[in-house]
Design a binder for this molecule. Structure first.
Ligand code: ZN
Length: 352
């Protein structure tokens, strides 16, 4: 029996939490595992239990696995597919921003077996609260590979959308309440977003009864991202390109970053009617927000989103933080949300 989230301002995190040092090197993005074999499986499950316990203890309402079972938000998924050769690597430009050595698509891509379903089932057994699971979006997957087979980003994206839909349906059957697709590429390739980005994303969610979310952000606080952000000017209006399309789409929840970002709040109006997972915690700065700062961001957002559709969250993942910083930020998020929930309850009489 699931314990329902509060009707007003249920809190959640976008994705990752830091991993314990006995599982992977801390404060490093995408760091390799320090365990192997059965010890690794057990280690990941223990880390997941801790992630659930800390989120619960610190007042987070919709829980995730904190990505304790994944090394990378895209490649861990791709590793489980056939048609991709991880030995054959090419250097490509990721999101038009930084070069990375990536695996090559050498044949038809297929999901031979479930990817995260066992992990999701384990999360489901670990908590009574609603759970959310993140998958990469089709466009972001395409952008993280070298394609020597389809030779068409769009064609490959449709193939990935079909595969993602299979995985999403299996996650739903395992008891996942919200399935989130990470699409940071939506802030970069605007023509492709219009031509096939939103359409392939909708294909990935086809037939789901679980709620669906898309997370679009400006990335972790790594140098390539902070340099890119520095060149974006005083107003970040990238969401203006994708939001009108998403407003008309079948996606239920839009996740965006707002804390300390230069995103003008009024852009949220463009997805009016959708639920908004609002980033009220900065993931590029170790300074822990005060509850009042979080509350201030939420109050400003409420001018553009109905109170019953606002989900306070983080800007993005918190994997690179020291553990205590990430955990204190969870507390700040739920305390800030509680302040505003109290104000709304007083003003509207709606029980939280
Ligand atoms: Zn993100």
């Amino acid at each position: 029996m699931t314990v329902p989230a509060p009707a007003l301002l249920p809190t959640t995190i976008v994705g990752s939490l830091p991993k314990p040092s006995w599982l992977a090197q801390p404060e490093v993005l995408w760091s390799p595992w320090t365990l192997e074999g059965d010890a690794l499986i057990e280690g990941k499950q223990d880390a997941l239990r801790i992630a659930v316990q800390e989120q619960t203890r610190r007042g987070i309402d919709i829980l995730s696995d904190g990505e304790q079972t994944r090394q990378h938000f895209v490649t861990t998924f791709i590793e489980h597919l056939s048609g991709v050769d991880f030995e054959k690597r090419e250097t490509v430009r990721i999101r038009d921003r930084y070069d990375a050595s990536v695996p090559t698509v050498v044949g038809e891509v297929r999901r031979e077996r479930p990817v995260f379903v066992d992990d999701a089932r384990f999360l489901r057994e670990t908590t009574d609260r609603p759970i959310k699971w993140a998958l990469p979006g089709p466009m972001t997957m395409v952008d993280t590979l070298y394609d020597a087979h389809y030779k068409s980003r769009e064609k490959l994206a449709w193939e990935f959308a079909t595969i993602l839909n299979e995985e999403a349906r299996a996650l739903e059957a395992a008891g996942v309440d919200i399935i989130q697709f990470d699409e940071p590429s939506f802030n970069v390739f605007f023509d492709e977003v219009k031509e096939w980005g939103v359409a392939t994303l909708e294909r990935a969610t086809e037939g789901l009864r679980a709620e669906t979310a898309v997370h679009i952000c400006y990335g972790y606080g790594i140098k390539a991202n902070t340099d890119w952000k520095a060149g974006l000017g005083s107003q970040w209006r990238q969401y203006e390109e994708s939001f009108p399309l998403l407003q008309e789409s079948s996606i239920d929840i839009i996740s965006l970053e707002c804390q300390h970002s230069h995103v003008p709040m009024e852009l949220i109006e463009l997805v009016r009617g959708k639920k908004v997972m609002l980033g009220a915690i900065d993931v590029a700065d170790e300074t822990v927000e005060t509850p009042e700062e979080v509350a201030d961001t939420l109050r400003r957002a409420l001018a553009f989103v109905d109170a019953d559709k606002l989900i306070p969250s983080t800007n993005c993942g918190m994997a690179p933080f020291p553990r205590d910083v990430a955990l204190r930020k969870l507390t700040a998020l739920s305390a800030g949300a509680a302040l505003v929930r109290g104000e709304l309850t007083e003003a509207t009489g709606v029980r939280p």
